[in-house]
Design a protein around this ligand. Structure first.
Ligand SMILES: *Cc1c(COP(=O)(O)O)cnc(C)c1O
Length: 386
């Protein structure tokens, strides 16, 4: 069994993907070709924002967003402690200080009350200027933007949505559906192969309704280009999306919209059906929670066991049965070696610390079968009964 079966997806989409790649090969336009423009238009349409600017990867997308806003030394950027390193790395790389905020135990996303408290604390200390909140749509579930945006607005902060894992998620409110990557003042995503919408290499995108920020992002991703390519008006980077990746994404995006997003949601429901009895019997601490009116794109299906021993044992037993599982994530940002200089102590962000010891992500993708889900669930039950 595969954790995320990308080969099964390729087998399904092979004719179209092969044709799309060959078209690019024949076109000679390997950078900035037609597929790139098509993708940007289609993604912006789907997400429901004015601008989509593609770039080389999700990390660059975050960096470009921070550069657009001129974030740097002396600025505080609030980041959930339980996330992939890039969410915080990009902040530090710009010379700003990431301030880590604990997450909600059920959704794994930023805790808005703790965010409020963290911002207030930085304001009171007065050493750094609070500028941005990075909210991560972890494991496919949009962060609680109703609350996060309210807190950010009250403190005069911008919201940067790290939607690397969240593309396809949504929140229904007041009779309308708002999609992930439309919640932040700027939002970013990643097309790393294992993300909900992935290409066959690296890729990323920036989303915003703001014309000026979109134009700045366009410039920054091509060496700070001005009105023509060899007039460079600012220091930028080289962060384009290859035509061939865009062509692959155009094919995959169609499948994503037509059935993959539904398929992962069905798969998540199956897991929950199979695993709920184990939770009711006290063997599993928690199954993924999708709050009312939220839709997840299920980048991961992540459960919590009661102890680190139970988690580690489960992972070993699954592995013995040929079932891969992953620990996303074993270490919170505040305990990353690279951030040791920030002076956090163990015990300071207890929810993240507990999650790092107890979470386990199970095989999950649109092409997983009911039989496979049942096999994973049975094996997990066996492991927990031992
Ligand atoms: C994957 C990921 C990124 C970085 O994306 P890349 O395309 O790998 O650079 C950033 N943030 C989160 C939350 C991610 O999961």
């Amino acid at each position: 069994m595969e954790f995320r079966d990308l080969r099964r997806q390729y087998a399904m989409l092979r004719n179209d993907i092969d044709a799309a790649m060959m078209d690019v090969a024949a076109s000679g336009a390997y950078i900035n070709g037609k597929p790139v423009r098509i993708l940007e238009t289609d993604l912006a349409d789907y997400v429901g924002v004015k601008h989509c600017v593609n770039c080389a990867n999700g990390t660059d997308a975050l960096t470009i967003a921070l550069k657009v806003w001129g974030i740097g030394a002396g600025d505080a950027v609030f980041v959930p402690d339980f996330t992939f390193f890039a969410s915080a790395e990009t902040v530090a790389a710009e010379g700003a200080v990431p301030v880590f905020v604990d997450v909600d135990e059920q959704t794994y996303n930023l805790d808005a009350d703790k965010l409020d408290a963290a911002i207030t604390k930085v304001e009171n200390v007065g050493r750094l200027v609070p500028k941005v909140v990075i909210a991560v749509d972890l494991f496919g579930l949009p962060a609680n933007y109703n609350k996060v945006c309210e807190v950010a607005r009250r403190h005069n902060l911008l919201v940067l949505e790290d939607g690397a894992q969240g593309f396809g998620g949504a929140i229904n409110s007041e009779g309308r559906t708002r999609r992930a990557c439309s919640f932040g003042d700027i939002a970013t995503t990643s097309f790393f192969p294992a993300k909900p919408l992935g290409c066959y290499g690296d890729g990323g995108a920036i989303f915003t309704d703001n014309d000026e920020w979109a134009a700045l992002a366009e410039s920054l991703k091509v060496h700070g280009k001005g009105s023509f390519k060899y007039d460079n008006v600012r220091i930028g980077m080289n962060s384009r999306l290859d035509s061939i990746q865009a062509a692959i994404l155009n094919v995959k995006f169609k499948a994503f919209k037509e059935y993959e997003l539904d398929a992962v949601n069905r798969a998540a429901m199956r897991y929950t059906e199979f695993l709920t009895p184990l939770m009711n019997e006290g063997m599993i601490k928690a199954l993924p929670v999708v709050p009312e009116n939220f839709i997840s794109s299920w980048a991961q299906y992540t459960i919590q066991l009661h102890t680190k021993e139970a988690r580690d044992q489960s992972q070993i037993r699954l592995k013995e049965a040929g079932i891969p599982s992953m620990v996303y994530y074993p270490t919170g940002m505040h305990e990353q070696t690279a951030f040791a200089g920030l002076g956090y102590r163990h015990g300071e962000l207890p929810v993240t610390e507990s999650l790092c010891e107890t979470v386990l992500s199970l095989p999950m993708h649109p092409y997983i079968t009911d039989e496979e889900i049942e096999a994973v669930s049975k094996r997990l039950a066996d492991a927990l009964l031992q």
